[in-house]
Design a protein around this ligand. Sequence first.
Ligand code: MV4
Length: 511
Amino acid sequence: MATRKTGRKFDKVLVANRGEIAVRIIQGLREMGLGTVAVYSEVDRTALHVLMADEAVFIGPSPAAESYLVGDKILAAARETGAGAIHPGYGFLSENGPFSRQVEEAGLVFIGPTAESMEVMGDKLASRRKMRSSGVTVVPGTDEAVTDPEVAIGIAEGIGYPVLLKASAGGGGKGMRIVRKSGDMASALRQTMGEAGSAFGNDAIFVEKYIENPKHIEVQVLGDGQGNAIHLFERECSVQRRHQKVIEESPSPSLTPELREKICAAAVQTAAAIDYRGAGTVEFILAPNGEFYFLEMNTRLQVEHPVTEMVTGTDLVHAMVKIALGEGICYRQEDLRQQGWALEFRLYAEDPSRNFAPSIGRIESMTIPQGPGVRLDLGVYEGFDVPIHYDPMLAKLIVWGEDREQAIARSRRVLGEFTLHGPVHNLPFHQWALEQPAFIDGSYTTHFVEDEFDPADWLPELDAGQAEALVAATALFEALRRSGQATEEKNVDCAAGNWRRNALRSMTGNK
Ligand code: MV4
């Protein structure tokens, strides 16, 4: 497809990513009349993002370190296709300062923040100092690296135990250790420094007050790179497992209007303080006493951006591209509000009954839920083989309702209509979560999954033979029901959509 020349700074964009986010970005670019270039590795030859883009360039072997993470290959692909800009998506090269510099030095546009913004936010000590000097509240603790256990003990006694040792180069939960008493400090400090040194090549550690049972609240921001910034309200991401988010929502059920105003203002202050350019997310933890603290800033478009788009009626990919084109921020703060409620469920190819072990294989069949308030950001299609090389996320299901109660009721309906056969996945986990009192009343914290989820309660996945027998039995029951010979819905409730679990229960007499 020929790209129209429009006199814009760029007419064609290379998307340096794969999966559902590459698809989402390609859709946004196409709506703006921009040409799209995909890149792909060996196993991704027939991936959905490749099929959807105008052009696609092969960039090497399946391991990301030999393809999606190689800046030189991405730049060569951009040159070869005449793309004038690169959108990095999330993960891979999205928060790599040297790469964004390399893109700009090659005369291309990086659709994202400057290398300086990535570097200050990638270094937790630097970002703490920057935030403190800009008047944003950080967790009580130190702004300098600590190496001497006696110094660390002195700090801990000042702020009170428990404390958290954090690696300055860490993030996303890596390189952290809780210390509850002075006797544990020396070995904890030594171990955390050792791990940080080998994992990040930087052993700088700092001390923070450990906030127990917090909620994870993050605020979406847009900046123009000239010190102007707006927010698009918050997302609550407390349903997570080992720092991997599973369900997100907006608004947060735990913010009052006053608290929301304060936390969103702090996020805007954060973005403005570093002349942030593009879409970013400012993360806070909310303590049970209602105090909130800056944790870190994610300098990229995030996985969960659709919940914000659903409640604010915006398009964050369009907004990012317009900023990169030099058109500034396309929304006015005073026009933005949160309308209704959105929930996002991340569909992972992983087995909840086996401690969420990743699962691979062909997508054999899939029924896609539809109807009012439903958005599905898909990275796969029927017949696609889910590779082992990358993140096991297959899709994101985002459900909108007029209020939280309707969003939850609709989510139950939508999850019941969604079937996917092939790799083992976590759709049943989401159905479980929607029945938990702590989720329903919104009181859940970051400890929700570890406290409430017990894999022993989980129905095991069927092997192929059992699954076949079950399909045959289900078809038989359905035929009997339709012919009027079996009217007892409790036998096999196909109509409810949740046929496998219900049929299994009726066959085994379970629950
Ligand atoms: C904390 C904390 C409690 N107190 N800092 C986890 C990932 C990284 N973004 C920071 N994290 C935390 N920092 C203090 N001082 C608890 C966490 C935390 C967490 C934060 C957000 C979402 C999920 C979490 C799960 C466990 C711990």
